[in-house]
Design a protein around this ligand. Structure first.
Ligand SMILES: NC(=O)c1ccc[n+]([C@@H]2O[C@H](COP(=O)([O-])OP(=O)(O)OC[C@H]3O[C@@H](n4cnc5c(N)ncnc54)[C@H](O)[C@@H]3O)[C@@H](O)[C@H]2O)c1
Ligand SMILES: [Zn+2]
Ligand SMILES: [Zn+2]
Length: 366
């Protein structure tokens, strides 16, 4: 069938919204009519070239929609089901899935399902971000890449559970291991970081210090549960010296738009002995050096941790987060600053770069 999608043809170019051919769902695949997709900063790393990616590419990995058609042998969902799309689908039986690390599933690559070969345009095959490609009216993906949800959940907030909410929440709750009474610093309070603030609050943190260079993000951070909001790491350090002398933070979470290894030492220095630093931000792949005092790191028994999908187990955590949303313990509607049509995608990303949006979301008609 023919559909519309936003394609990145080359590094540094704009998203091009055009007609594409979409294959029918093959065995184990489903066609999903996308109803909403978030404008995550991660898709922008493909544009800037900070992260290598196959090109041309249908972008988007933070989406929700309705199952329209299923291929042979599909058992998990049926046409009409509402679903959230997931970019690290667990197989359920590999060593990592079996030990509760399904976000790091050893069989997450879907190449064998041909899932990334669903789009064609201008006579050639087009790749899809995370084997999903949610910047499209419809996409064909493995049934492993969907989590079913109740039909009362709005698509625009559901889409954000596909990445920003899960990644940010899990960074605090699982990877930074925030416990009641902990002091937490979140550097970069955008679509992902603000959810680390929500996670830290729900985990019972004491101080939650948000660091963001943009005033409106600092205001939003306070609305989402931060106890303090400052404009720089130095200010956060001064605040900790004042409010938690000799102790520092138990956790520091980096979620600025683009990571920078030269800043690592000052971020780790925010934490006290046995502190955990989580790096959610993606840094340019070409950059391979960091600046940190290794002796002090050792002598204070600190932990430095990466982040894939917040360490969440999607089939446990997406239902959990939806329950918290229903109970009013998790803000999701408030994450959406501005909605766009697919044709306005470049405007949406320009607004992200201008610091206007906590999250921009593209909405599609039914
Ligand atoms: N590890 C994962 O699984 C995963 C998943 C999703 C996103 N990410 C990454 O997380 C990062 C954040 O994504 P996002 O969608 O929230 O981006 P965003 O653009 O919405 O938010 C980034 C925030 O950082 C702030 N910021 C920028 N430079 C700063 C600085 N020097 N000091 C303080 N604040 C600063 C911005 O004002 C903005 O509020 C990106 O690098 C993205 O690729 C990682
Ligand atoms: Zn697995
Ligand atoms: Zn994302």
């Amino acid at each position: 069938m023919s559909t519309r999608a936003a394609i990145l043809w080359g590094t540094g170019e704009k998203w091009s919204v055009e007609d594409v051919e979409l294959a029918d769902p093959g065995p184990g695949q489903v066609r999903v009519k996308i109803r909403a997709t978030g404008l995550c900063h991660s898709d922008d790393h493909a544009v800037t070239g900070d992260m290598p990616t196959p090109l041309p590419l249908v972008g988007g990995h933070e989406g929700a929609g309705v199952v329209e058609a299923v291929g042979q042998g599909v058992t998990r969902v049926a046409p009409g089901d509402h679903v959230i799309l997931i970019f690290q689908p667990p197989c359920g039986y590999c060593r990592n899935c079996a030990r509760g690390r399904s976000n790091l599933c050893l069989n997450a690559s879907l190449q064998e399902y041909g899932a990334s070969k669903s789009f064609r345009a201008r006579g050639q095959e087009i790749a899809a971000t995370g084997d999903l490609g949610t910047f499209a009216d419809a996409t064909v993906i493995s049934e492993r890449c969907v989590v079913k949800m109740d039909k009362d959940i709005p698509f625009n907030v559901a889409a954000l559970l596909g990445c920003a909410v899960t990644t940010g929440w899990g960074a605090a709750v699982y990877l930074a291991e925030v416990e009641p009474g902990d002091n937490v610093v979140v550097i970069g309070s955008g679509g992902v970081g603000v959810n680390s603030i929500q996670g830290a609050k729900n985990a019972g943190a004491n101080l939650i210090i948000a660091v963001d260079t943009v005033e409106i993000k600092r205001q939003k951070a306070l609305e989402f549960g931060a106890t303090h909001a400052v404009g720089s790491i130095e200010e956060a350090q001064a605040l900790l010296a004042d409010l938690a002398p000799g102790r520092g933070a138990d956790a520091a979470i980096l979620s600025v738009g683009v990571g920078d290894g030269s800043k690592l030492g000052e971020i780790v220095d925010l934490t006290g002995p046995a502190g955990i630093t989580v790096i959610t931000s993606v840094s340019p792949i070409a950059s391979d050096s960091v600046n940190m005092n290794l002796a002090m790191f050792t002598l204070t028994q600190k932990t430095l941790r990466g982040n894939v999908y917040g360490g969440v187990q999607v089939h446990r955590d997406i239902p959990l987060l939806l329950d918290l949303y229903r109970q009013g313990k998790l803000k999701l509607d408030e994450l959406i600053t501005q909605t766009y049509t697919l044709d306005q995608i470049n405007e949406g990303y320009a607004d992200m770069h201008a610091g206007k949006n906590l999250r921009g979301v593209i909405e599609f008609s039914a």
